[in-house]
Design a protein around this ligand. Structure first.
Ligand SMILES: Nc1ncnc2c1ncn2[C@@H]1O[C@H](COP(=O)(O)OP(=O)(O)OP(=O)(O)O)[C@@H](O)[C@H]1O
Length: 264
């Protein structure tokens, strides 16, 4: 479903701030696969999402989604098939518009190819039903501006906006990190339900190693813009956070030893 092939991106090329954020990265996801992504700060996780979404063009490599090469498609065209959630629940919503208007925008953008504001009775009923299942009373607040909702409520509406028309790919960029633990758990449970019910191909960035190993079916770790671990099936089932930390330290030690050899 998703193929990222040999993706490289260097920012601020030729300046003292030059930084290789993606380094010949390869990633392949099957339809319906739910993959969690770990990596330290600056490892290139969000840059990978930005590359998939078309935030910038790759220096090298390509992005194939559902068999189509989207490497040169502009961001707004890719957004019709890619749903993305950020840590900040305000991102991707219009705070001065109501819940209903935001949902209508997301729905019409993906169904009609252009923004259409007229909300039909049928649309309203569909939004109401979809909100009801979250059990947060949001179906009674359809006329409330999104900016007035709590972080958790906003994130649930954003999740619904990203999936109201089934996306080919769902990208979750630490979407529960800014929420209190109880709300984060609830939003994560809702996310799991939606992903599994709709068999969504999903990538989720998290800094929580325990969550990374127990969510979805595969975990990758990024370091310096490349995938250093790709853990799945039996290996993942038996892996603990402490095993993962050991693997990471072992890998870093290897790199350090290799660098020392090169410097000698
Ligand atoms: N548009 C940009 N211009 C310049 N440098 C950038 C740009 N986007 C990302 N970078 C740099 O690329 C590197 C990778 O950044 P990225 O945001 O992908 O890291 P991350 O793994 O998501 O980290 P974090 O966990 O801190 O969010 C960082 O050094 C960052 O400063």
């Amino acid at each position: 479903m998703l193929e990222v092939i040999n993706a490289s991106k260097t920012f601020a090329k030729g300046t003292p701030n030059e930084h290789k954020a993606l380094d010949h990265l390869n990633l392949s996801l099957k339809e319906g696969e739910f993959v969690t992504i770990l990596g330290s700060n600056g490892a290139g996780k969000s840059t990978l999402f930005n590359a998939i979404c078309g935030n910038f063009l790759l220096d090298e490599g390509s992005v194939i989604l559902d068999g189509k090469n989207i490497s040169y498609l502009p961001e707004h065209q890719r957004s019709a098939s890619i749903g993305r959630l950020f840590q900040d629940p305000m991102k991707g919503t219009a705070p001065n518009l109501t819940i209903e208007e935001n949902l209508a925008l997301a729905y019409s953008k993906n169904t009609k190819g252009l923004f259409r504001f007229a909300i039909t009775k049928k649309d309203r009923e569909m939004f109401c039903e979809a909100l009801k299942r979250f059990d947060m009373g949001l179906e009674d607040r359809m006329a409330t501006k999104i900016g007035l909702l709590s972080g958790g409520q906003r994130q649930v509406v954003t999740l619904l906006m990203s999936t109201i028309v089934t996306p080919k790919l769902l990208l979750l960029d630490e979407h529960t990190a800014a929420l209190d633990p109880a709300t984060a758990e609830k939003v994560m449970a809702i996310t799991n339900d939606i992903v599994h019910e709709r068999n969504l191909t999903t990538l989720m960035i998290t800094h929580n190693m325990g969550q990374a190993l127990t969510t979805g079916s595969r975990t990758i770790m990024l370091d310096s813009g490349a995938i250093i671990f790709d853990i799945k099936e039996e290996e993942r089932k038996h892996m603990t956070v402490s095993d993962l930390l050991d693997m990471y330290s072992e890998k870093k030690k290897e790199e350090f030893d290799n660098d020392r050899i090169l410097l000698n």
